[in-house]
Design a protein around this ligand. Structure first.
Ligand code: ATP
Length: 324
């Protein structure tokens, strides 16, 4: 392997820049010519591929977003798009690709490597923490810290006014951020994509809190909750329970931004370093992840066939017990 390209794809996540830096510098250290692809798979198709040196990744370790930009690219899902992407890589003599993204990104990478002679390694980069084979994905820790900071602020104003807040957090399929932030913020209840919620039980629980003189309540709603988002749930609850003035906050995209935490910077550096070393050893169609503080390899097949986040039953129970 002489030439390696790196790209970021799907939703951005804090730590992607730190990871690009690690990939580029590990490659250069090993005598590899390094390239960056702009705008994910879109840049492969439009030949938006640039050479990168050690200085191209200076002073980015602390930055959110991604200097390579990211995009969702429908054309890459077609055979023609993939063939065009491969021609562009060949024109640069690129023989291996590091992709940083979520499961869509990995699905594309696996198909690409099955169709064309190219080695690929995936790095899990998504705030959702929902990729099988890694205890943590890039960006999750930073996003959690952002969510916690925001909910703490909401708690201050909720308490001052005796209010009930419904706070919607990200997680289309995974309740990881919702459940863990509920514990970390002492929320009164949490509604998850993986679990049905009885509105009657929720109302009962909030009512019990009111009787025991709670001055505020916070209910965290995951955006992927099947019975509706924070506005819907707030409306259903308000129809049956009007003890508190009720407000809704959608945290939205602020959860994606910001300077990566120390955890995410270190994880990004470890995974970027490991990805290039694996390519140099001849690995392909694998994901590098972290399991029990060790770097672990998982085939893209396995990473894509399993679902990662299993609701921690003790955390679920604790949301009831610790919020009495
Ligand atoms: P996030 O978890 O943040 O949404 P993701 O990587 O899952 O990240 P997607 O938008 O699902 O984000 O996928 C990123 C890109 O991967 C898509 O825009 C597309 O270019 C490519 N991709 C997804 N699925 C396929 C597929 N079946 N075949 C080829 N390419 C795909």
């Amino acid at each position: 392997i002489k030439n390696i390209a790196v790209l970021t794809s799907g939703g951005d996540a804090p730590g992607m820049n730190a990871c690009i830096r690690a990939v580029v510098r590990t490659g250069i250290y090993n005598g590899i010519n390094m390239f960056g692809v702009l705008q994910g798979y879109q840049g492969l198709i439009t030949n938006n591929i640039i050479p990168m040196d050690a200085r191209s990744v200076s002073n980015i370790i602390h930055m959110g977003g991604t200097i390579l930009k990211t995009a969702r690219c429908l054309e890459f899902k077609t055979d023609e798009g993939m063939d065009l992407a491969f021609e562009n890589l060949k024109a640069h003599d690129i023989d291996a690709l590091v992709v940083i993204g979520g499961d869509g990104t990995f699905t594309g990478a696996r198909r690409f490597a099955q169709r064309h002679q190219i080695n690929v390694i995936g790095i899990p980069g998504t705030i959702d923490n929902d990729l099988y084979g890694s205890d943590f994905t890039l960006g999750y820790d930073t996003a959690m810290n952002t969510v916690i900071e925001a909910i703490d602020k909401i708690r201050d104003t909720a308490d001052a006014h005796d209010r009930l807040f419904f706070v919607e957090v990200m997680g289309r399929d995974s309740g990881c951020i919702a459940l863990r932030s509920a514990i970390a913020c002492g929320a009164e209840a949490v509604l998850l994509p993986e679990k049905e919620t009885s509105i009657d039980d929720l109302v009962k629980q909030l009512g019990a809190g009111a009787i025991t003189k709670k001055t505020s309540s916070i209910v965290i709603v995951s955006e992927g909750h099947k019975q509706g988002g924070a506005y819907d749930i707030a409306k259903h609850v308000k129809e049956r329970f009007d003890h508190y003035d009720t407000k809704v906050t959608i945290l939205g995209h602020l959860q994606r931004g910001g300077s990566p935490s120390s955890f995410d910077r270190i994880l990004a550096s470890r995974l970027g370093y490991a990805a290039v070393n694996e390519l140099l050893k001849g690995s392909t169609q694998m994901m590098v992840g972290l399991r029990g503080n060790e770097i672990a390899l998982t085939s893209l097949d396995e990473a894509l066939s399993e679902h990662n986040f299993k609701l921690e039953s003790d955390l679920l129970e604790m949301t009831h017990v610790l919020s009495i």
